[in-house]
Design a protein around this ligand. Structure first.
Ligand SMILES: Cc1ncc(COP(=O)(O)O)c(C=O)c1O
Length: 432
């Protein structure tokens, strides 16, 4: 709960002046101007879907146009011309990306899509045996992750009915205690080949201590991978120190790189020279001899050794614009503002809206990121009605069946005034 709230009555909390004062005191307030805010009836929308598709950084267009112009004027020579030559274009995002996720540059690469990267990582890091065939995931995992796990288990000739272990939530709102995760890893330990855990669970918004999950998995001899779709650019990550073996994520949510943007992948430095099997392609071949076009595959050390194809330059261009902003402000400052914005949202709900909205996401700031998942009282029909009322009033959240609205105030571009507008819209719908 926001400390300032204690000395404040509900009326003050819900006042425009209060929200305006919080925005005026925000050291990051200027960043909003770096984004294109969707419009609703001639004014800015209150956009809370950055956990689904981040807004467009203004500079993204220039980066894309630079590629198009180079293509128009230089064609194939674009591969070798200038500081942004396409041959090494993926390297332009490597260092800033490493800073966002708390990794060493050799540990990260931008490539493919999230689910594709998950499969490529599993080709190397899920090596089931008869004694140790199982994967542990959370029950209710994102369907694509579950499909990937199940199909990999079958691919290796094992049976998902026994070898895909889905931990049921043990807390009231469908969240997980660390004790439950610890018990499951201990119980299944000798059979576990892989623990695949989310950084932030997409439906509940619960954040996890991935270093602790990795420690527990490793203690049982299992590999630990993490899906950071909802964590990257949202939480302060320290991937290298967390010791996870691999991580995958997408860039179209908190990283604002546009629909279907090229995804991200982390491989811990200790695997930089691994001789584990992998599904290889020419762009993963050692960079110093790649163009000798030899028949033998010699991997580039580190995460780049898992690349298959030459970089998708147009897909990477908007990511550069977004990473420039992350570099300008840094994750600690962003996370600070994020805690405040989400804390303010929580305060508003607890002050006046608990008869309408139940907060599913954990209350502790350390167990969540930007997103609050809100269950609407009265079930699906009521939930849909509220969701549509919000959208009609220019307040955009996103809907998760059967009765949850997810609201993610994004510290790069959302304001306290946006958050207040959400709370007021819920109030006006309830009060009819
Ligand atoms: C947790 C999680 N896993 C996997 C995916 C699938 O991502 P993609 O379609 O980029 O492979 C998503 C997409 O939103 C996600 O949130």
């Amino acid at each position: 709960m926001n400390a300032r709230k204690d000395s404040m009555n509900d009326h003050d909390l819900f006042s425009d002046d209060h929200a305006a004062a919080l925005d005026a005191a925000d050291p990051l307030r200027g960043l909003r101007d770096e984004f294109l805010i969707p419009q609703h009836e001639g004014a800015d929308q209150a956009y809370f879907c950055g956990n689904s598709l981040g807004l467009q950084p203004r500079a993204a267009r220039a980066h894309v146009l630079e590629v198009l112009d180079k293509w128009a004027t230089l064609a194939v020579e674009g591969h070798f011309t200038g500081e942004t030559q396409w041959m090494t274009y993926h390297e332009l995002v490597r260092d800033p990306l490493a800073r966002v996720v708390g990794a060493k540059p050799v540990e990260v690469v931008a490539m493919n899509s999230l689910t594709a990267n998950l499969h490529f990582m599993m080709a190397s890091f899920y090596r089931p045996t008869r004694e140790r065939p199982a994967i542990l995931i959370e029950a209710g995992a994102f369907p694509s992750d579950r499909h990937a796990m199940e199909s990999q288990i079958r691919f290796h000739g094992f049976d998902p009915a026994t070898d895909l272990i889905e931990l049921q939530p043990d807390e009231a709102n469908g969240t997980f205690s660390m004790a439950a995760i610890e018990r499951a890893i201990a119980e299944h330990g000798p059979r576990l080949a892989l623990v695949l855990w989310p950084g932030v669970q997409y439906r509940s918004g619960q954040a996890f201590d991935i270093a602790e999950v990795a420690r527990l998995a490793h203690a049982q001899g299992a590999v630990c991978g993490v899906d950071l779709a909802h964590a990257v650019g949202n939480l302060e990550l320290a991937l290298h120190d967390s010791n996870v073996d691999f991580a995958v994520w997408c860039h179209y949510k908190y990283l604002n790189a546009g629909p279907g943007a090229v995804a991200g992948c982390f491989v811990h430095e200790r695997h930089a020279h691994t001789d584990r099997p992998r599904f290889a392609g020419w762009w993963g071949h050692d960079v110093s001899t790649r163009f000798l076009m030899g028949a033998e595959f010699v991997p580039t050390p580190g995460a780049e050794g898992w690349q298959l194809s030459n970089p998708p330059v147009l897909g990477l261009a908007p990511l550069r614009a977004s990473l420039d902003l992350f570099d300008r402000v840094g994750m600690p400052a962003l996370r600070n503002k994020s805690r405040q914005l989400t804390g303010y949202l929580e305060d508003l709900i607890r002050a006046r809206l608990t008869d309408t909205l139940e907060i599913v996401t954990p209350a502790e700031a350390g167990r969540r990121g930007a997103q609050l998942s809100l269950r609407v009282s009265g079930g699906r029909a009521q939930g849909r009605a509220l969701f549509e009322h919000l959208a009609a009033n220019g307040v955009l959240g996103d809907w998760r069946e059967p009765d949850v609205i997810r609201i993610s105030p994004i510290p790069l571009y959302n304001t306290h005034a946006d958050v207040l507008r959400f709370a007021r819209s819920v109030e006006s719908w309830r009060d009819g």
